[in-house]
Design a protein around this ligand. Sequence first.
Ligand code: DX5
Ligand code: ZN
Length: 221
Amino acid sequence: MKRPLRIAPSILSADFSNLGEDVRKVVDDGADWVHLDIMDGHFVPNITFGPPVVKALRRHTDAVFDCHLMIAPADPYLEAFAKAGCDIITVHEEAGPHLHRSLQTIRNLGKKAGVALNPATPVSMIEHVIDDLDLILIMTVNPGFGGQKFIPATLRKIEQAHALIGDRPIDLEVDGGIAPDTVGAVTKAGANALVAGSAIFGKAEQGSYRAPMEALRAAEE
Ligand code: DX5
Ligand code: ZN
């Protein structure tokens, strides 16, 4: 069954001095989810923000907070992110030895559980936790920074993840280098949730994010 297309702007490319207003605006302009990139300077070579910022943003919108944890270890912080207002909590497969435990913890906190795979990690790594998942995030760049170039070899992985999902109610998300010129290929391969930072926040038209988000939707195949 085909799942609805979700546009998830990554606020990594938003105005950090005016985040609340930027989040509100991107949701008003048609975003389905808000993608929050949490980086620890250890699992990835960049640092962003933690639960207090998520909590502060929560007051600005009711939209789904799609939280991408690029932190290791993740387990000690899952409860704090759940309490701060994350709706989907995605951990990296590479971030710890006990993925099944992490996913169970997230679901026990009443949240949707996601797992992210770096470009070099095979889809087979999540075969045995497929029924413990609500979302699979295929990284289409190496995590850490916005504005990188899409890695074409990840397309095959999107297809494999799509086949693994089958009829299960699992969203298939892609993150990194997603723009009108790559949306066709990733949606054709089976992705239904599109994370985009620079292609949305870097492409405002007269202060509106409507046109760049429509351009992403229009490129679906
Ligand atoms: C990268 C982050 C992405 C990033 C995407 O590690 O996970 O969410 O913001 O940025 P773009 O869309 O500019 O490639
Ligand atoms: Zn992300």
